[in-house]
Each structure stands twice: as C-alpha cells, then as structure tokens.
Design a protein. Structure first.
Length: 95
C-alpha cells in the first residue's frame, strides 16, 4: 500500500466517523470518487472558502477528522508542499 493509498484510507475512515457522529459527508465522498483524495485535499486547502463540511466537523469538536488535520499528520505531510501545509494550519487556526 502506498502512502497515497494510506491517506485515502485514513480520510475515508474519518468520513465514516463523521457519519457515525451525525454528519454525513456526502459531498466530499462524491469529490473523492471523482478524484484522488490527495488532489482533492490540495484543491480544498488553498481555496478561499471554509467549506460547510469543514465548519460542521469543527463545530462537532472534532478538528482531528478534518482533511487539514490529517494532511498535517507527520505520516502524510510528504504528500503536500510546504505552502499547502501552511494553508492547512492557517485554516485550522482561523475557522
């Protein structure tokens, strides 16, 4: 299993946990079905918007389940540029 595959599995597990907590991440699942989660994460993290799903997960008190938080896990940080990781940190600190 590649690190990209592990990232995919980690994000899908986080989405399952969100669904179990009452927030079904349907839109992000659609995005992951259309494109690899690494590419989706790269696009979302540099967008100017805080997506509804991101806000919902933060409001649930589970920032650890956000794409941004998972991107910043040491195991997966090599998949992203320093700028993308900085954007992820900024988003977590400013929502």
């Amino acid at each position: 299993m590649t690190i990209r595959d592990e990232f995919n599995a980690r994000l899908r597990a986080a989405m399952d946990e969100c669904a179990n907590l009452g927030y079904p991440p349907n839109r992000i699942r659609q995005m992951f079905d259309a494109s690899h989660p690494v590419e989706v994460a790269k696009r979302l993290v540099v967008s100017g918007d805080f997506q509804d799903g991101f806000r919902a997960v933060i409001a649930m008190g589970r920032p650890d389940l956000t794409i941004e938080s998972i991107m910043l896990e040491e195991r997966y940080s090599s998949l992203f540029t320093a700028q993308e990781l900085q954007a992820a940190r900024w988003r977590l600190n400013n929502v």
